[in-house]
Design a protein around this ligand. Sequence first.
Ligand code: SF4
Length: 179
Amino acid sequence: MVTYKFLNVIENCIDCGGCFVICKGQNGVPKGTARVRVVTINEGVPGEKNVAISCMHCTDPPCVAACPTGAITKREDGIVISDKNKCIGCGYCGWACPFGAPKYPHDLPPDLKEYEGIMDKCSFCVQPFVPVVVDREPKPRCALFCSTKCRLGGPISEITPIYEEMKAGNMGRLQERVV
Ligand code: SF4
């Protein structure tokens, strides 16, 4: 069984915002909310770092344990997904998540009002903001389109060796497309 994961090579992120933009487009994420954001640490001082933060599809996800309705589940392939039909917008998953990944969008346009306050987060691109019946292929666009390949996402067996090489300073692998 394939297991999917994200890995960030933080040293390589240039805060271009490409992950944020492509995710919005690919998943139809409305204004006022986002599934991935670049967070800058130590801005403007030596040691500044940028980190793309989204759901990291935890091995043992605390959001799943915290959800009182069973709306959040972890698939066999490691992807953590939520069922908007079961979510009651209680916010418990948001408190439990160490990354602040779950969002509860408000002020949505009329055609999206049924999702007001209902949890939304990264689904590894298998589910857009408005759920579809058949899950899409797990191909996270943030990783596909990351210009410096600091954002790696795909089968863990493929991305771990690349991550290790990049951490060791072998930037030649930057040119490789991971997913
Ligand atoms: Fe982990 Fe947060 Fe994603 Fe749940 S929402 S799997 S706690 S990163």
